[in-house]
Design a protein around this ligand. Structure first.
Ligand SMILES: Nc1ncnc2c1ncn2[C@@H]1O[C@H](COP(=O)(O)OP(=O)(O)OP(=O)(O)O)[C@@H](O)[C@H]1O
Length: 255
């Protein structure tokens, strides 16, 4: 469980990017942060692995204030996927994916097996791809490796900052489906940032809609669609929900 308690962020130039947010992400939830450009989504996410420190307030993981944790150790426990995947170009796919398990001291046999399992999971045949270098993969395939790498050390928490936004629609749909499966089957706790309300409605168990450094509304996708709190949320959702079908708490079948 991740808890944000009155988290405020003022950047050194005096800009108040977060105005005291409260939010909980329960174990096994996939929470999406969504809102207009500059509303504070990435700032919020980067506080969870201490790439950004709050000016005020606290972030707790399972009740423990992360300010007291060593940032390097904390980051090994949290998977992190970003749009610019950052695979190391001089290392094979296998070496890129096994980086953190190796740092954590896993035996070679164990991490090699894990690499193959993960490549399979994200739809890349390990016998074809494990010994290739990143430059020998397409952008979509590299993105899949990025997801595999984030899962490699079996972190309980995964942060994903617009991980699919540069992908073609088909690959994007496939990875969204994969993510839903991962969250449902392996019960990962996932915080996901996107600009795309369709993506948010499809993949999230809970959505947090942000505006100007504040969380305007949180709720299950169908709840947000049925009961938008104000005109901003209504306009943000737009007509996306027309023709969609409720599938549990998530939304599906857009027309
Ligand atoms: N290092 C910084 N110094 C000053 N202001 C910053 C800094 N980083 C971010 N900001 C400002 O804080 C606000 C929130 O930025 P953040 O990156 O969290 O927004 P976002 O919602 O993720 O935006 P986008 O959707 O465009 O990625 C923005 O107005 C941004 O300009």
């Amino acid at each position: 469980m991740i808890t944000f308690e009155n988290v405020r962020k003022v950047y050194p130039d005096g800009f108040e990017a977060l105005k005291g947010i409260h939010m909980t992400v329960a174990k096994g939830e996939l929470v999406t942060l969504i809102g207009p450009s500059g509303c504070g989504k990435t700032t919020t996410m980067k506080m969870v692995n201490r790439l950004i420190e709050p000016t005020e307030g606290k972030i707790l993981i399972n009740g423990e204030d992360i300010a007291h944790k060593n940032p390097v150790e904390l980051r090994r426990e949290i998977g992190y996927v970003i749009q610019q995947i950052g695979l190391l170009p001089h290392m094979t796919i296998s070496k890129n994916v096994s980086l953190i398990p190796k740092l954590k001291g896993w035996a070679k046999e164990k991490y090699q097996k894990r690499v193959d399992e993960l490549l399979d999971l994200v739809g890349l045949d390990p016998t074809v791809y494990r010994d290739r270098y990143p430059a020998e993969l397409s952008g979509g395939q590299q993105q899949r490796v990025g997801v595999a790498r984030a899962l490699a050390a079996e972190p309980p928490i995964i942060l994903m900052d617009e991980p699919f936004s540069a992908l073609d629609p088909i690959t994007r749909e496939q990875l969204q489906d994969e993510l839903i499966r991962l969250q449902q089957e392996i019960q990962k706790t996932i915080v996901f940032v996107t600009h795309d309300i369709r993506e948010a409605l499809k993949i999230s168990t809970k959505i947090a809609i942000m505006k100007d450094g504040e969380i305007v509304q949180t709720g299950e996708p169908n709840q947000i669609v049925k009961e938008p709190k104000n005109e901003f949320v209504k306009s943000f959702i737009g007509d996306e929900h027309s023709g969609s079908v409720c599938d549990g708490s998530r939304m599906s079948s857009y027309k």
